[in-house]
Design a protein. Structure first.
Length: 261
């Protein structure tokens, strides 16, 4: 059974096109009737819109095999009094979902992906947090890749703010236990006996996605088709207990290894 990351794993960070072997991998899961969930940290597009995009570029899986942080957001964050920070598409999506953005006296500081956070934005976040607002991340990615550059991910921003203010934070998406628990519950609709030890998580985020998966007892596969150019960039510097169980170039390499079946 599998949990499959999307950005950098199934689709390219550069142009959002399918990565070699990714559509074929899902098709093979379908053919062999192997349970799986597509677990993405998408926050820029509304959930159904992003799912429909994946369908449009040839990924064949049903809606009940998809989960992202936006689907769980209203169970974690009140729709009133949110100071949200992220790409314009994320802020627009929040407003369409009924969230009321407040940059005067917010109850929650909500962080998503953005490559160009300004010093003034950080200063505003810090003031809100020191005034009692809660800190929530849409996910806890380590690195954000865009335009052939690598930026601090949401996880890195959360750590910065935690250090600056001594405020703890919560995470809606991967690798939070709450998110993985919901994904597992959906997987159990396909196989009622599914547990974390039965799941292999495949992702390009070896610190964020895979570290959290390992802590829950999942097997992990790191693909170097996304954030990192090679395993040498990151794997040797991880705690041994959090290192991936296997490393492959991309989903095609995993297929070639004949791990399925």
């Amino acid at each position: 059974m599998y949990f499959l990351d999307v950005q950098g794993t199934l689709i390219s960070d550069a142009d959002k096109s399918p990565i070699e072997g990714s559509r074929e991998f899902i098709e093979e899961l379908n053919i062999q009737n192997i349970p799986y969930m597509v677990v993405t940290n998408n926050t820029k597009k509304a959930s159904k819109e992003f799912y429909n995009y994946l369908q449009s570029i040839g990924f064949s899986f049903s809606w009940d095999k998809y989960i992202d942080p936006l689907l769980l957001l209203d169970t974690r964050v009140s729709k009133e009094g949110v100071a949200a920070y992220g790409a314009p598409e994320f802020l627009h999506t929040l407003e369409k979902m009924g969230y009321i953005l407040d940059y005067k006296t917010p109850k929650t500081v909500l962080i998503a992906t953005k490559e160009d956070f300004s010093a003034d934005e950080y200063a505003q976040m810090i003031d809100f947090l020191l005034s009692g607002a809660e800190l929530v991340g849409m996910h806890e990615t380590s690195i954000y890749a865009k335009n052939a550059k690598r930026y601090p991910g949401v996880g890195a921003i959360l750590k910065l703010l935690e250090f600056a203010t001594s405020c703890s934070y919560e995470v809606v998406g991967k690798p939070s236990t709450a998110f993985y628990s919901e994904a597992l519950a959906l997987l159990q609709a396909q196989n009622s006996k599914a547990s974390y030890k039965d799941v292999c998580m495949i992702s390009d985020d070896v610190k964020g996605d895979l570290g959290g998966a390992k802590e829950l007892g999942m097997q992990t596969i790191f693909v170097t088709s996304g954030k990192y150019k090679s395993e040498e960039e990151i794997v040797p510097f991880l705690k041994e207990a959090l290192r991936p169980d296997a490393v492959y170039k991309n989903m095609q390499d995993i297929l070639n290894a004949k791990l399925l079946g």
